[in-house]
Design a protein around this ligand. Structure first.
Ligand SMILES: *Cc1c(COP(=O)(O)O)cnc(C)c1O
Length: 398
């Protein structure tokens, strides 16, 4: 017997759940890319994207995933031989540094482990020691999706300023945009990268690079930028094809239009609040379970936790077994553990993640938690009691 039928919930941290409204907007015949409503609609996406990132700066859109957006951000700000300092709080920090290395950029890593945020004091001390200004940019992951650690971007900016250092602050907001509060201009972020398939609720395939005035000046001073990655014509096109350096990602754009409408209707502040509320609901259950069993939240300090994804440890092989049970019996797919152990470590089956980004509400989250408790019961994994009651009372509160 299985009760997996019904609406499935892909509770992995991206791609996230796609709203029916987004899917319906995409379900149409091929539009003309030379004239007509696609052209007008695309221009209207730009101010709405800026509003989501809370910036008056520019945005370039790429037909790319997050890795492409990473590369685009670096290609417009750095030359081979330049140096960047990367704040790693999980697998994705290492990934962005690796993209930089592939561009011939010298890459220094500041590793904060797998459960702590980037430390502004360490950043400030390192930049003070860089007296000749070799470090051109600080790369930081706002939310590292592998560990669910969230770093304080405003504090990193304050550290750069306190050191009197000219480095650009570049933020990976792929997991956090339209989930966790992010304020590009107010927090002094020079470049922010995002992708379509997480908080923006659109299928994978669009990458976004937001850039402010200082980053634009950096770009202008470079001797050359690859034609394809150049954000100049994309952010300020003379002709429609320049937005995308070629054929537009037509259907993704209609999906994005619908998603941005939904975001504007709910309001970005309300979206941040909803994600915070749902995250606290999940943490309440997890804390109760961990009182009587092996399950534990990866990040101990609530302020350091993302509101979009929760990384958990439960010990091998329980993590894998629980994921399989939920998929087979409850129609819920949880995320695998990512970057929490070395690839050949059998302990890797002890980690998993809950994605709660984008188009999610209380009944989905409470459903995941109920299914998790059923799974732990069915599998005989010990767990503390009262978790669902605690989750429900958090969900019932403000
Ligand atoms: C998903 C993600 C990426 C990678 O995005 P892709 O679309 O898979 O290339 C990078 N950084 C963070 C923080 C992410 O969540």
């Amino acid at each position: 017997m299985t009760s997996a039928g019904g609406i499935p919930y892909l509770a992995i941290p991206g791609p996230s759940v796609m709203p029916e409204r987004v899917l319906r907007a995409m379900h149409r015949s091929a539009p003309n890319i030379y004239e007509g409503d696609l052209i007008d609609m695309t221009a209207g996406l730009i101010p709405d994207l800026r509003a989501v990132a809370r910036t008056s700066g520019d945005v370039a859109i790429y037909v790319a995933n997050g890795h492409g957006a990473w590369e685009a951000a670096l290609a417009n700000t750095l030359m081979p031989g330049d140096k960047v300092l990367t704040m790693a709080t999980g697998r994705f920090g290492h990934g962005w540094a690796d993209i930089a290395a592939g561009l011939g950029v010298e890459t220094e890593l500041m590793d904060f482990g797998r459960s702590a945020p980037a430390d502004p004091a360490r950043l400030e001390a390192r930049l003070r020691a860089d007296a000749d200004g070799r470090i051109k940019a600080v790369l930081a992951t706002h939310v590292d999706t592998s560990t669910s650690v969230r770093s304080d971007m405003a504090a990193l900016r304050a550290a750069i300023d306190a050191a009197g250092h000219p480095a650009l602050l570049m933020a990976d907001c792929i997991a956090s945009l339209a989930c966790d509060r992010f304020e590009m201009d107010r927090w002094g972020v020079d470049v922010a990268v995002a992708a379509s398939q997480k908080g923006l609720m659109v299928p994978p395939g669009l990458g976004f690079v937001f850039f402010g005035e200082r980053a634009a000046q950096t770009r202008a001073a470079l001797p050359r930028v690859s034609r394809y990655w150049d954000w100049g014509p994309r952010a300020d096109p003379d002709g429609f094809y320049q937005y995308f350096g070629g054929t537009a990602p037509t259907h993704h754009l209609y999906g994005l239009r619908a998603a941005l409408d939904m975001i504007a209707e709910e309001g970005i502040g309300a979206i941040w609040d909803r994600h915070a509320h749902l995250a606290r609901t999940i943490w309440a259950a997890c804390e109760a379970w961990s009182d009587g069993g092996p399950l534990a939240l990866n990040v101990a300090v609530p302020d350091h936790r993302s509101h979009a994804v929760t990384a958990l440890r439960i010990g091998a092989p329980h993590g894998r077994d629980l994921r399989q049970w939920l998929r087979a019996n409850a129609g819920v797919t949880l995320g695998i553990g990512l970057g929490m152990s070395d690839p050949d470590d059998p302990g890797g089956d002890g980690y998993f993640r809950i994605g709660h980004m984008g188009h999610v509400n209380a009944h989905m989250v409470l459903g995941v938690l109920g299914a998790m408790q059923a799974g732990m019961t069915a599998l005989g994994i010990p767990h503390g009691s009262g978790a669902l009651e605690r989750a429900a009372s958090v969900a019932a509160g403000p």
